[in-house]
Design a protein around this ligand. Structure first.
Ligand code: ADP
Ligand code: MG
Length: 251
């Protein structure tokens, strides 16, 4: 059975796409077949981190949602490009074409279609995990797509706006009865007492802290050019991602 993991945040720039890409690669390196779906129709970006910034894919998620192709035709296998020698990894990119973006935004899409597409994809490629990189904020489509998830990770920084927004996000997520919810604190600055802040967040949101990740200059400097953990196998971020993997994979 595939496990669907949505990565969400109330605001943009929190690190969703970078954490999602690194977590997906880490998961594949554990011998799992992994799919990564970019449902951030308004501001797609994870394909850039996967090295496809300058390539125009034949089909995108938008084409599938507009009934122009089958979902399996959208999937791009990246296992060889990323030189992964364990599980396979597939990316389902979102369109970068302005007219395709506005078409979906204007007309919306059927969440049932997304959900059945993910089922077909999992079957076709024998996926163990499917990661959904979402658009930030409280939009209906994102919530409907996270509602079909087994795990929802809400990424937040230690910023008052993130804090207040994440509280609302988690309140809705609880109503959607997603089986597993976790908070990921990201970009923690030096000098912060991580244990103390973790306790405070646990108490406040009544949701477990799935991970607490420091602000890493090296990651910021890479500036979404590639998957950080592939080139930096000894870096502390590998441990952080391992902690997230343990959270999502445990029952
Ligand atoms: N822990 C971190 N330390 C330093 N920079 C980070 C960290 N996490 C993410 N970033 C950087 O923050 C920027 C925004 O990240 P991104 O993944 O695009 O966020 P989102 O998808 O939530 O908008 C990127 O340049 C990324 O490299
Ligand atoms: Mg993003």
């Amino acid at each position: 059975m595939v496990k669907i993991v949505s990565i969400h945040s109330f605001r943009g720039g929190t690190g969703k796409s970078n954490l999602c890409a690194n977590l997906a690669v880490f998961t594949a390196l554990q011998g799992n077949n992994v799919g990564v779906v970019d449902t951030d129709i308004q501001s797609p970006g994870i394909h850039v981190i996967f090295g496809l910034g300058k390539k125009t894919p034949k089909f995108t998620l938008n084409d599938y949602l507009n009934k122009k192709c089958k979902i399996k035709e959208v999937a791009i296998e990246l296992t060889k490009d990323l030189k992964l020698d364990a599980g396979k990894i597939f990316l389902i990119p979102s369109a970068m074409d302005a007219s395709e973006i506005t078409k979906i935004l204007r007309n919306g899409y059927e969440v049932d279609m997304l959900s059945s597409g993910l089922d077909k994809l999992s079957e076709e490629f024998n996926l163990n995990y499917l990661f959904i990189d979402t658009h930030p904020g409280l939009n209906e489509e994102t919530f409907l797509s996270t509602a079909i998830s087994d795990v929802l990770l809400v990424i937040m920084r230690l910023d008052e706006q993130d804090w207040v927004g994440s509280a609302v996000t988690l309140e809705i997520a609880k109503k959607l009865e997603i089986p597993k919810l976790g908070i990921v604190i990201n970009k923690i600055l030096p000098g912060i007492d991580i244990k103390k802040i973790q306790k405070e967040i646990n108490k406040n949101f009544k949701v477990p802290v799935a991970g607490a990740i420091k602000y890493y200059d090296e990651l910021a400097k890479l500036a979404s050019k590639s998957i950080f953990i592939i080139e930096n196998k000894e870096h502390e971020l590998n441990n952080d991602i391992n902690v997230l993997f343990n959270f999502i994979s445990s029952d």
